[in-house]
Design a protein. Structure first.
Length: 320
């Protein structure tokens, strides 16, 4: 039929309801949905483990788990923090992780800070303190909650790393979002436990969760150096939830590195141990999850009358 100069059916124009869902970001991107409240998970990149001798485990990335966060309707930039790089034996230096952000620079923006890699570099969760040369001092502290504005600070999570044992050459475990890193016992200290995203994003499995499951930002295990006549002992285990990497075993075979934090979990890297180790473990990269409510979107498909085109252009509902 003829309708305003366009030949074809007169198709309906209007709103369609989009069901609630979750957008997952494992790389930088932009969140664009016409909503004004979202649930957020933001995880920074985990710190790398320290290298020989008897290093501390890397701290998990900072974690934010916040319900019903108010945002304006529009587009919101997202960045994803890379994990820290484990130092190589003998001369390499391990690095901190990197922060992940939602709407950086905006009043409603949030940042999950990076995981630390040594006790003098606090982070989302602090690293464990090294054994040999560390003087038995405490591990690095957490800066996640203190870095956030007061209304949102209770939704920020991170913990301190564990202390090392100097004479026994045992490194402390890195802190995790759900618990502090363990001090060095007979071996290196285990990494602190991560924290579950299940309260807001549901039980595992979910297509957007990292390979270890529902938990994020566990700490890496500390190293244990037993060369010569030093006291023996195993290196620290991975965080109990599996997101942080294990320390390299004492007297490890050639080329045995510290374990890496799980990709997109923000887990800390495990320390390497012993002069025969190679790399300390890398930290795991971060992630951002945005859970949005059901909402209406304007849909215009098919063939339209000139009147429909005009009215929708005038109302800014028409895209070229």
């Amino acid at each position: 039929m003829a309708n305003g100069g366009i030949i074809g059916p007169n198709n309906p124009v209007g709103d369609v309801t989009v069901p609630a869902g979750t957008d997952a970001f494992n790389a930088p991107g932009t969140f664009i949905r016409p909503v004004t409240s979202v649930d957020l998970l933001i995880v920074g990149g985990g710190g790398a483990g320290q290298k020989h001798p008897s290093g501390g485990g890397g701290g998990g990335g900072g974690m934010i788990l916040i319900p019903s966060h108010s945002i304006p309707n529009g587009s919101h930039a997202i960045t994803i923090g890379a994990g820290g790089t484990g130092g190589t034996h003998p001369g390499g230096t391990s690095t901190d992780g990197n922060p992940s952000t939602f709407a950086p620079g905006q009043p409603w923006g949030l940042e999950a800070v990076r995981g630390g890699t040594n006790s003098s570099s606090p982070g989302g969760s602090g690293s464990g303190n090294k054994g040999e040369g560390g003087g038995g001092a405490a591990g690095g502290s957490s800066t996640q909650a203190p870095s956030m504005p007061s209304p949102t600070a209770p939704s920020g999570f991170g913990n301190s790393g564990g202390s090392g044992l100097d004479a026994q050459r045992k490194g402390g475990g890195g802190g995790g979002a759900g618990g502090a890193g363990s001090p060095a016992p007979a071996g290196g200290g285990p990494g602190g436990v991560g924290k579950s995203a299940q309260p807001l994003f549901g039980a595992a499995p979910q297509p957007f969760y990292p390979s270890n499951g529902v938990n994020y930002a566990g700490g890496g295990g500390g190293g244990s150096d037993t060369s010569g006549s030093r006291n023996p002992g195993d290196a620290g285990g991975a965080s109990p939830d599996g997101s942080g990497g294990a320390g390299s075993p004492s007297l490890a075979p050639n080329n045995t590195p510290g374990g890496a934090g799980v990709t997109n979990s923000g887990g800390g890297g495990g320390a390497n141990s012993d002069v025969r180790g190679t790399n300390a473990g890398n930290g795991g990269s971060g992630q951002v999850l945005v859970k949005y409510p059901s909402h209406d979107v304007f849909v215009a498909t098919g063939v339209f009358t000139m009147d429909e085109v005009y009215e929708n252009v005038k109302a800014s509902n028409w895209s070229n």
